[in-house]
Design a protein around this ligand. Structure first.
Ligand SMILES: [Cu+2]
Length: 179
């Protein structure tokens, strides 16, 4: 009885750890802009953008009827003015546009169909680096602070490897002690 509950307990812990690892190592979450409303007029995209915490590697997916809308990634100034005569960084118009958030910074988007930006088809997102959004590990278990961006990213990686090692060790211990 005791050994069975021990087994269940440590197995669940190992599974939780592995789930954490999977979630963080995959990294790229796809977000449908506007959720079920998708990319269209009459949706509050400011409210939508505040529902999620975006991290580097995530992807925004703009879904709409091709020709009815488009997607312009713009500067903050153009986002605010809705005047796309300048400040346009990239444009998309397929109706199924996937835009990867590759840098930790703010991204700004508008629809450039006449009147749509002023009507509310515009939003910005703050994209956090992977290090700031690291796994929920007690401070003592984290590797020592690394210097610089690249080194910090590598530090996050070794934290995940540490978790993986613990998870796998628990699996092996279970195997040897209870079978
Ligand atoms: Cu539009």
């Amino acid at each position: 009885m005791v050994s069975t509950s021990l087994l269940l307990c440590s197995t669940s812990l190992a599974m939780i750890l592995l789930a954490l690892i999977a979630q963080h190592s995959v990294g790229a979450t796809e977000y449908i802009v506007g959720d079920e409303n998708r990319w269209t007029t009459g949706t509050n995209y400011l409210a939508w953008s505040e529902k999620y915490n975006f991290t580097v590697g995530d992807v925004l997916v703009f879904k709409y009827v091709k020709g009815q809308h488009d997607v312009f990634r713009v500067t903050e100034e153009t986002f605010r003015s809705c005047n796309s005569s300048s400040g346009v960084l990239e444009t998309h118009a397929t109706g199924d546009d996937h835009i990867a958030l590759v840098e930790a910074k703010r991204y700004w988007f508008i629809c450039n169909v006449s009147g749509h930006c002023l009507g509310g088809m515009k939003f910005g997102v703050s994209v956090a680096s992977l290090v700031e959004e690291g796994p929920a590990v007690p401070p003592a278990a984290l590797p020592p602070p690394a210097k610089g961006g690249a080194a910090a990213a590598a530090g996050g990686g070794s934290g995940l490897r540490w978790l993986l090692t613990i998870g796998l060790s628990m699996g092996f211990l279970n195997y040897y002690y209870y079978y």
